[in-house]
Design a protein around this ligand. Structure first.
Ligand code: SF4
Length: 331
């Protein structure tokens, strides 16, 4: 089995809530509340949950786009496949963060807001090349940029257009090309298809899957839709209110989901077979605020199986055999 590329240990990201004239900290938003997992070299880990569950913050904290409150993110910086050497990128200085950014890249949900509207694609890419010193200053970079445009299914001449001249799917292709430019070890895909039409979503997912296969990439693929991650993920983790509730290899996950929250999410995924009727599990109640997380199991206010112990004791994420882990007292 491949060595982990990233080992995340007890990662937390809390935001202070200020109040009063003196703007004292009155409370904390516990967006990511002590999560641990790893991502293996060449793997795609799908991270799924409802809006506001902390999945995007987890992805950003992992790559230091937002500074974690606590925890470690150990990144394998060794190029030697026989020997791993890990660096904690969670607590890096500014200089160290620049080095870490050469190893990780992010593809954003809204490609338009992540591209500079006043620059052509060529100029944007040339700036990235200069910033990371990816080529000698006197060396022409057109070949490199043209090759990348072709890799993501665009014409080399498209590099001389501005972002507003592209469709949503094409802009996401540019976001992918820009991420590939620095040859990262890990790409965080933050809901990369959520803002796209359904017909375009499949094209972008197929492109990402093909690039992973051809270039040996590793992805953290964040989504709110289980149907989207199914085709691209090797393992899937479910997040609820800042915690991981279940994590399992894809086949095991889709055939034997154990956590009641996962079951409810799975029941909402449409079946491609019209004759196969699925019973929809409707969760009652609102998602609690991350400022006021319920005691014990944080899912107990909405769980159809909750019992007294669930209000008092928080279940640990523990193995149910192999790589399948669940945080529930009864599953
Ligand atoms: Fe439901 Fe209790 Fe399991 Fe939490 S621990 S998921 S409340 S049964």
């Amino acid at each position: 089995m491949a060595e982990p590329l990233v080992i995340v240990k007890h990662l937390k990201k809390y935001y202070p809530v200020k109040a009063g004239i003196l703007q004292r900290t009155a409370n904390w938003v516990r967006a990511v509340d002590d999560i641990s997992f790893n991502i293996r070299q060449g793997e795609t880990l799908g991270l799924v949950g409802e809006s506001g569950c902390g999945k995007t913050t987890a992805g950003k904290a992992m790559i230091n786009l937002v500074r974690p409150t606590a925890g470690e993110v150990l990144f394998n910086i060794s190029d030697n496949c026989e020997r791993s050497e890990y660096m904690d990128i969670a607590g890096l200085s500014k200089r160290g963060r620049r080095r870490a950014r050469k190893m990780v890249q992010i593809i954003f949900q809204n490609p338009y807001s992540s591209l500079n509207p006043r620059m052509t694609v060529f100029r944007m890419m040339r700036e990235v090349i200069a910033y990371y010193k990816l080529a000698p200053a006197d060396q022409p970079v057109a070949d490199l940029i043209n090759k990348l445009m072709a890799t993501v299914g665009l014409q080399p001449s498209d590099a001389h257009k501005y972002p507003h001249e592209f469709s949503g799917g094409q802009r996401q292709r540019i976001g992918i090309a820009r991420a590939l430019l620095i040859n990262p070890k890990l790409i965080v895909c933050d809901e990369p298809v959520s803002a796209l039409d359904v017909s375009i979503q499949a094209q972008i997912i197929n492109l990402l899957a093909g690039l992973k296969r051809d270039l040996g990439l590793t992805y953290l693929f964040i989504a709110h839709d289980l149907a989207v991650v199914k085709h691209i993920s090797d393992r899937i983790a479910i997040m609820y209110l800042g915690k991981i509730m279940e994590i399992a290899p894809r086949k095991e996950f889709y055939t034997n989901p154990l956590h009641p929250y996962t079951e409810a999410l799975m029941s909402a995924v449409p079946s491609p077979d019209p004759d196969r009727k699925k019973e929809r599990i409707l969760l009652t109640g609102e998602v609690p605020s991350p400022m006021n997380i319920p005691s014990g199991c944080r899912f107990h206010t909405r769980c159809p199986l909750a019992e007294a112990i669930c209000q008092q004791t928080e279940p640990e994420l523990t193995s149910r055999g192999g790589d399948h882990k669940v945080a529930c007292h009864f599953r």
